[in-house]
Design a protein. Structure first.
Length: 265
């Protein structure tokens, strides 16, 4: 098998691949795919699959055409040796890469939980005299930065604002939360939502209110909301579920056995 570097991601192929999976992914997974180094897999001159590596040695994408998948175990071993792969990041909805990595794993960590929407009927109604969610304006940015601290970098904040992806939650004149909507990139019509609640205003239901408000914005835009959180973040997990979303897919980080996955050392 020849592993041929590509100049840039093949967006159409990635979209087709993700559309075939059992569940959508969030912007975190999309980021890793879009920022990865991509490769075409060829045998006897014919294209038989694709792969992508994030950073130096983490495989984030591996797929084969059906006739080549018969030799999948051998081809996966060739791939991880050729690209010196140490780890695999994979959503449990990606059965092929998950199975390939599990066959050669030495350690496994559940990295995150991905949520799909349970629908409009499961979205909590806005509370009377409650949170008001509106698009962030330029003069909101200093207050947003002061509220969120290290939650988001300055370039990330500016980029989301430029894409109209920031939403400020207020109780009266008080800024109490920040909502984020990341527009669909690889998997239309799914948009990723996320929140930050002011430290002094936590445990008051504002996380759920903000998430529900973001969901309603997505519905009006014609998008379906998805979300994700770190696996051990039980507070965020509860809030996302109370906002009417279902924890389904898990995001795994799988370390491969050194003798079968590394070409160095």
């Amino acid at each position: 098998m020849n592993v041929v570097p590509l100049a840039e991601p093949e967006i159409d192929r990635l979209r087709a691949f993700l559309a075939e999976q059992a569940a959508p992914v969030d912007s975190y997974v999309e980021d890793h795919l879009l920022q990865a180094r991509h490769f075409a897999l060829r045998r006897d001159g014919a294209r038989i699959g694709s792969a992508a590596v994030h950073g130096e040695e983490m495989l984030v994408h591996f797929t084969l055409v059906p006739h080549a998948a018969i030799d999948g175990r051998t081809l996966f071993a060739e791939l991880v040796t050729t690209l010196d792969i140490a780890d695999v990041m994979v959503a449990t909805s990606d059965e092929w890469l998950l199975a390939s990595a599990l066959d050669r794993h030495s350690a496994l960590r559940i990295q995150g939980t991905l949520f799909r929407d349970a629908g409009r009927a499961s979205t909590p109604a806005a509370r009377d005299a409650g949170l008001v969610l509106s698009s962030a304006q330029d003069d909101d940015l200093p207050a947003i930065r002061a509220m969120i601290g290290a939650f988001m970098s300055e370039p990330e904040l500016r980029d989301l604002h430029a894409k109209d992806g920031l939403f400020v939650g207020r109780l009266g004149d008080e800024m109490v939360s920040l909502g984020v909507i990341e527009a669909p990139r690889l998997l239309p019509p799914y948009a990723s939502i996320g929140i930050f609640v002011h430290e002094s205003r936590r445990r008051q239901g504002l996380a759920v209110d903000t998430l529900a408000g973001l969901k309603r914005i997505c519905y009006r835009t014609g998008w379906q909301p998805v979300a994700g959180c770190a696996y051990g973040n039980t507070g965020s997990w509860r809030s996302v579920e109370r906002a009417g979303m279902v924890a389904g897919t898990r995001l795994l980080r799988i370390t491969l056995t050194a003798d079968e996955s590394r070409s160095k050392g």
